[in-house]
Unconditional design. Structure first.
Length: 341
C-alpha cells in the first residue's frame, strides 16, 4: 500500500512540475526588461523591451494586428516572446494608442500612421542596440504596415497572415464564416456582391458617420472609412528590406492561397529582387496566427472553446504549428549572418 501511495505521489509531483514548467511560457515577469517610450504625432507611446540572458543577436519589434491590443496582446504573446528570448533575441512591443499606458486613439490611425509609429519605435531600438540588427515581426493587419518601411528603418521583416487587399480580405472572411454556417455557395456569392454595394454606401468616400451601421461606434466607422482601400501591392513592389512572409494553410481570416501568390508575383517583379532576400512559406495544418489547426482554429480568439484556452495555457510555445517558430528563428539568424559579411 505504501509503495502504491508513494508511486502515485511521485506521478502527481511529476505532473505538477511539468504543468508549472509549461506555464512558465506565460511568465514574462522573470525576464529582464526595460521601458520603451516614443512620441508619435504628439502622443506618447509606451511599451517594453524584453532582454535575453546574453547580449542579443538581433532585436525584433512586434507589430499588432487589428483590435485594441496592449503590448502582450492580453498575455497571448508571452509564449512567443519567451521563445524568442530563449533563442537570444531581444523583443520590443508596445500598447496601441489609447490602450494601456499609450496616449492617442488607434481607431484614428491610417495604415500609414501605423507605419510611422513602427518606424519611430525602430529608430529608438536602433539607437539603443547599436550595431545589432533590428527588424519587425507583424501579424495580420501589419501586412499593410510593414511594407511601407525602408532599409533605413529595419534590417529584416517577418509577416504572419498578411492580406494584400483590405476589400478582398473582408470578402474572404465573410465567405468562410458563411460556409462554416452551411450557407449555399450561390447565396454566398450574392451576399458578397450585395455587401460590396452596401459597404460603398456605408464607408465609401461620400459616406459620413451618420451612415454607420447600427451598433458601430463613430471611431470604428472612421477606422474602416480611412483604411478600407488599403492594398499592399505598391509598397511590396518597392520593398528594399529582406522579408519572410508566412501563412497557415488553414487560415480562416486571410486567403492562404491567393495572398502568397500575389506576394510572389509582386516581389519577383522588383527590378533588384535578386539582391533582397524574400521567402514565402505556407505551413500545413496552421491557423491565421500559425497555431496548430484544428486545435486553435477560430476566426476570433473570443470564440475559442474552454478546452482550447486550457490547452494553450499548457502548451505555450508548443501551440505553434510544427517548425513555424524555428523557421522564423533561423531566417532572422540568416539575416544577421548576411549583415556581418
Amino acid at each position: 500500500m505504501k509503495r502504491w501511495f508513494f508511486g502515485a505521489a511521485g506521478v502527481v509531483a511529476l505532473l505538477v512540475c511539468v504543468v508549472m514548467w509549461r506555464l512558465g511560457d506565460h511568465d514574462l515577469e522573470r525576464r529582464p526588461s526595460e521601458t520603451l517610450f516614443v512620441t508619435v504625432s504628439g502622443a506618447r507611446i509606451a511599451g517594453t523591451i524584453w532582454l535575453p540572458d546574453e547580449a542579443p543577436t538581433a532585436v525584433v519589434a512586434l507589430v499588432h494586428g487589428d483590435g485594441a491590443q496592449d503590448r502582450t496582446s492580453s498575455g497571448g504573446y508571452a509564449p512567443l516572446i519567451n521563445a524568442f528570448l530563449d533563442r537570444g533575441f531581444a523583443i520590443a512591443s508596445w500598447d496601441k494608442p489609447g490602450v494601456g499606458q499609450s496616449e492617442g486613439n488607434w481607431l484614428r490611425q491610417t495604415m500609414s500612421d501605423r507605419t510611422a509609429e513602427t518606424r519611430a519605435v525602430l529608430a529608438v531600438l536602433k539607437e539603443r542596440f547599436e550595431d545589432t540588427p533590428v527588424g519587425a515581426l507583424g501579424f495580420s493587419q501589419a501586412g499593410w504596415v510593414l511594407p511601407g518601411l525602408t532599409r533605413t528603418d529595419a534590417d529584416f521583416l517577418v509577416t504572419v497572415g498578411a492580406a494584400v487587399s483590405w476589400q478582398d480580405q473582408g470578402d474572404y472572411y465573410t465567405a468562410v464564416r458563411l460556409t462554416r454556417e452551411g450557407t449555399d455557395a450561390e447565396v454566398i456569392k450574392a451576399t458578397l456582391a450585395a455587401q460590396e454595394i452596401e459597404d460603398d454606401r456605408l464607408f465609401g468616400p461620400n459616406a459620413t458617420p451618420e451612415d454607420r451601421p447600427d451598433g458601430m461606434s463613430p471611431d470604428r466607422w472612421q477606422f474602416i472609412h480611412l483604411n478600407r482601400g488599403a492594398d499592399a501591392r505598391q509598397a511590396l513592389s518597392e520593398l528594399d528590406i529582406p522579408l519572410l512572409a508566412l501563412w497557415g494553410a488553414e487560415d480562416l481570416n486571410v486567403d492562404p492561397t491567393r495572398n502568397p501568390e500575389i506576394f510572389h508575383e509582386t516581389l519577383d517583379n522588383r527590378p533588384d529582387h535578386s539582391r533582397i532576400p524574400a521567402r514565402i512559406i505556407v505551413f500545413p495544418n496552421a491557423t491565421h496566427g500559425l497555431l496548430k489547426a484544428p486545435e486553435y482554429n477560430w476566426q476570433l480568439t473570443e470564440e475559442w472553446s474552454r478546452v482550447a484556452v486550457v490547452r494553450f495555457l499548457l502548451e505555450g510555445r508548443n501551440a505553434y504549428a510544427s517548425d513555424a517558430l524555428n523557421t522564423m528563428f533561423t531566417w532572422i539568424e540568416g539575416m544577421v549572418y548576411l549583415g556581418e559579411r
